[in-house]
Write a protein that binds this ligand. Structure first.
Ligand code: FES
Length: 154
């Protein structure tokens, strides 16, 4: 169940739309923010909050890659390895994350500090390799810069 403050946040979102279905994506974001990932229980709570069929909530959540369907680390690293970033050394950075942090794609470190997801283009092709850590954007990455950046995420 959501806390009262979260239910108020969801009510505010619902009030913006004539149909509660329109509030589904923002409410799923809230559930992910609150629970860390979208478990069956979290999606059940979303369905109840919006008075929508649970199948609709699950179907929508499973369609979008930005929703997490398993527990993740405290910090999600999304590294682009698409063409421009690959040419600029992204694959070397994947190896670096593996060797330095025991972090592999779709894996969470044993201390639950980081999870790594490989992304397609994140819109910084001229400044690659690029990554997001949670919602923070970082570009022009090198091994040294990654180490410096990740120090800030405990
Ligand atoms: S290819 Fe990596 S940001 Fe576009």
């Amino acid at each position: 169940m959501f806390k009262e403050t979260i239910l108020k946040e969801i009510d505010d979102i619902k009030a913006r739309y004539p149909d509660p279905k329109s509030a589904l994506l923002p409410t799923l974001y809230i559930a992910q923010r609150e629970f860390g990932w979208l478990s069956h229980e979290a999606m059940h709570v979303v369905a109840q909050s919006l008075n929508l069929p649970e199948a609709m909530v699950r179907g929508t959540a499973s369609f979008y890659t930005m929703f997490k369907h398993k527990p993740m680390g405290r910090h999600l690293i999304q590294l682009c390895t698409n063409v421009s970033c690959m040419i600029l050394g992204a694959e070397r950075l994947v190896d670096f994350l593996k060797n330095r942090y025991s972090l592999e794609p779709n894996i969470t470190t044993t201390d639950r500090r980081f999870s790594l997801v490989i992304m397609e283009c994140i819109g910084a092709c001229d400044r690659g390799p690029a990554m997001l850590v949670n919602t923070d954007f970082h570009d022009s990455l090198t091994e040294e810069r990654i180490e410096e950046i990740l120090e800030k995420y405990k």
